[in-house]
Design a protein around this ligand. Structure first.
Ligand code: KG4
Ligand code: ZN
Length: 347
């Protein structure tokens, strides 16, 4: 007899996207929907937490209704509700958490709290009916490069849900470096896509921006790159020269991507990884994707499709499945955990 399909409703509201999805067996996205607040936060040059939580309140139930109706499903077709517990903005997390608790209480379905970073990692497992065939899934051990707005880490993934942090940023996260550098170049929020766009046609070798490498470790630092962009901009302005934003953006992007590539490849060789998995919003970056997905790369590299690089509900549904089959069930008194590191996630 065929095994029963497990369907998880994943809910995500950690930052500025309200998202939900129904995911089967940790991989197949039946339906998903993302309501983004980017246009609202653009005017503030970053996420305005108070505004974000109020927008989540408006969006959360309509987004869930949308995925249920797109899937033509009712709660009797669902096996559990997975929700992002942290890390993220407290006021945003509580909205998704309370919606999930309300649904769990009214339907009797199990509730599972998910670490947002774990969710990003599981974006590499999902596929939808838009994919022509079922894509392969990453094999273990895998080296994960997790690069988002708040985190940049190199992780050894020995098996499902088994992480070992090898290193990461000592200061700014990769996405944060993109966002801050974009701001000082006068580009709009979010900085990653703006820098990528501005770099097109720019010369990546026009400037040499310094990245601290921390030899012998998997650590790196981005605050120096940001400062050297700032110094260069100030010098150009002082000399009355015009800023060549495409050259500045392309050179900055190249230095960030090179260090991420170097450290990830080093870890993959050292731990004889079968695969490299890239996760988090910065994995949407074209320069980063082209660098890793090079034909010459000795490792097979998994990077989510663009729609699943940044925050989404499918990644929470996929991670929720792994935790569901591992037996995790959370209580209705579960609280959000805004500073929850992956190293403190237990099985
Ligand atoms: O994973 P994510 O959606 O949210 C967090 O968990 O932080 O990541 C958002 C980050 C932002 O810093 C944004 O600038 C960056 O991902 N990002 C990019 C690109 N698209 C989004 N960075 C570089 N290039 C991109 N194309
Ligand atoms: Zn994220």
């Amino acid at each position: 007899m065929a095994e029963k399909t497990i369907r998880i409703l994943g809910i995500e509201s950690s930052c500025d996207e309200t998202a939900a999805a129904i995911v089967e067996d940790g991989r197949h996205i039946v339906s998903d929907f993302i309501s983004t607040q980017i246009d609202i936060h653009k005017q503030y040059g970053g996420v305005f937490p108070e505004v974000a939580s109020r927008q989540h309140v408006l969006a959360v139930y309509p987004v869930i209704d949308e995925v249920m109706s797109k899937a033509h499903m009712s709660f009797s077709d669902i096996d559990a509700i997975a929700v992002t517990r942290g890390p993220g903005l407290a006021g945003s997390l509580v909205v998704g958490m309370n919606a999930a608790k309300g649904l769990a209480l009214s339907t009797g379905l199990p509730l599972i709290g998910i670490n947002h970073l774990e969710g990003h990692i599981y974006s590499s497992w999902v596929y939808s009916d838009r994919d022509e065939e079922i894509p392969p899934e990453p094999e273990f051990p895998a080296i994960v490069l997790l690069v988002s707005g708040g985190h940049s880490e190199v992780i050894l993934l020995r098996d499902h849900l088994k992480y070992e942090r090898l290193g990461g940023t000592l200061d700014d996260a990769a996405g944060e470096a993109f966002d801050k550098t974009a701001r000082l170049l006068g580009l709009e929020y979010p900085g990653g896509p703006s820098i990528q766009k501005a770099s097109a046609g720019g010369n990546p070798d026009a400037y040499q921006f310094h990245v601290a490498k921390m030899p012998g470790t998997y650590d790196f630092s981005f605050s120096g790159v940001k400062t050297s962009v700032l110094r260069t901009v100030q010098k150009l302005q002082k000399n009355g020269e015009e800023l060549n934003v495409p050259d500045l953006a392309a050179s900055f992007q190249k230095s960030v991507v090179s260090i991420l590539f170097e450290k990830t490849m080093k870890a993959a060789r050292e731990y004889q990884a079968k695969n490299i998995v890239i996760a988090g919003g910065v994995s949407a970056n074209k320069c980063l994707r082209d660098t890793f997905l090079n034909d010459q790369n000795e490792f097979r590299v998994f990077i989510p499709r663009l729609a699943y690089c940044t925050d989404n509900g499918a990644m929470i549904g996929a991670a929720g499945y792994r935790r569901f089959i591992a037996g995790q069930r959370d209580n209705l008194d579960m609280d959000v955990f805004p500073n929850w590191p992956l190293s403190r996630v237990s099985l």
